[in-house]
Write a protein of this length. Structure first.
Length: 95
């Protein structure tokens, strides 16, 4: 099977699944815990500006998270959960 055929088959299965036709698609549910952004940043020993840069967000976004005005979601929440388990993970991976 060529790469194009494989991609096409995958897209067809995804469309069938969304239309309720089941197919062979598997759905994986992942539960990401809520994160304490202030505590996670403190574990890294970085300033707000340094931490924001290290995870690729604006300092204002980080401040909103830390003050509870907003909450990280999606990829940011996953990244923060990873950092909470291993505070040096970003530095290790991007070194």
């Amino acid at each position: 099977m060529s790469v194009n055929d494989s991609i096409t088959k995958g897209l067809e299965e995804a469309l069938a699944f969304t239309e309720g036709q089941g197919g062979t698609a598997r759905v994986h549910q992942i539960s990401v815990p809520n994160v304490d952004v202030v505590e996670i940043r403190r574990q890294t020993g970085l300033s707000q500006a340094q931490f924001a840069r290290s995870i690729g967000v604006a300092k204002g976004t980080l401040l909103n998270w830390e003050h509870g005005r907003r909450h990280p979601t999606g990829p940011a929440q996953v990244l923060l959960a990873l950092i909470s388990k291993n505070p040096g993970v970003v530095e290790e991976l991007l070194r």
